[in-house]
Write a protein that binds this ligand. Sequence first.
Ligand code: 13P
Ligand code: 13P
Ligand code: MG
Ligand code: MG
Length: 364
Amino acid sequence: MKITLSVIKADIGGHVGHSSSHPAILEIARNILQDEKNKGFLIDFYVTACGDDLQLIMTHQHGVDNKDVHAMAWDTFKKCTEKAKELKLYGAGQDLLKDTFSGNLKGMGPGVAELEFEERKSEPVIIFMADKTEPGAWNIPLYKMFADPFSTAGLVIDSEMHGGFTFEVHDVIENKKVELKCPEEIYDLLALIGQPGRYVIKHVYRTSDKLYAVSTSTSRLSLIAGKYVGKDDPVMFVRAQHGLPAVGEVLEGFAHPWIVAGWMRGSHHGPFMPVGVEDATPSRFDGPPRVMALGFQLANGMLGMPRDMLKDKSFDKARWEALKIADILRRQGPFEPHRLGPEEMEYTTLPAVKKKLKNRFQDI
Ligand code: 13P
Ligand code: 13P
Ligand code: MG
Ligand code: MG
């Protein structure tokens, strides 16, 4: 059975500040998607939030980039925004950057990760959702899962994975893409994805049979809006097991808190802290950046009962390490590299501050 998994997210308002989502908003989204399921438009759905980002997880049979699916998600975000405005939630409708829907969510603000695939005999899928960071935050974990044999044992010992994986990398500045085959082109891949503000992994597929295992959201809000309007807060999902990394090998990508861009005002580097759903509430200095993960065992397109994958005790040390890194970076205050470099700060309110000083500079 061929199904499409669509994970579509948007920040439509924070409660309180940018720290979390209001239950009334999730309820509206659930009611709308339930109607669509009753009508038979969706096979199944699950609504949740990561920090102040509303997450619509949906299965259907309309394929990727489907106009009606995207329009439905857009309308859902719009209706949620009405409520967010009524409750005066912070940054109501923050990620809806355009006024009218034009056939596809690409370039409109919301993040989209989608794949159409034949459901396997058993189909474990892990959906990762982040707050207070950008799409390049997935680069290291995806590299660990699909290209690093010290992280994923299956790359060495599973003959079905031995042929390696191909990474589709997007240049989000020039709007170009390139495919790199690993392990053969690992060094080329790293040359690009080591610059996560520009090069982001969009898809990963098994090279031998082009079985797609990963889809990520790649929208960069500041590049669309031309100014800082909140961070991108990306999503991605990873299919696991049976010739793909095992669930534990997928999760191993988050065993350490990688340092990512985002955090306060989207302007600081901070540790990417793996948490359970309940703890996806960035608070200290609006952070540190969070990642949560829901695992599903798809059955004929039905999502079934989700599992809170990063809540597990085995990630306690990563959380503790993240808090330690948070302390170290925070001590640096307004100084780089805690504060992002000038290229990224270009989109924030910092250039306006610098402009005020312009006339006071004298030649040396
Ligand atoms: P089980 O023996 O529990 O099925 O685990 C197999 C496996 O490959 C774990 O990574
Ligand atoms: P969000 O992108 O999650 O809305 O956060 C914005 C921000 O400026 C946090 O300090
Ligand atoms: Mg927000
Ligand atoms: Mg957010």
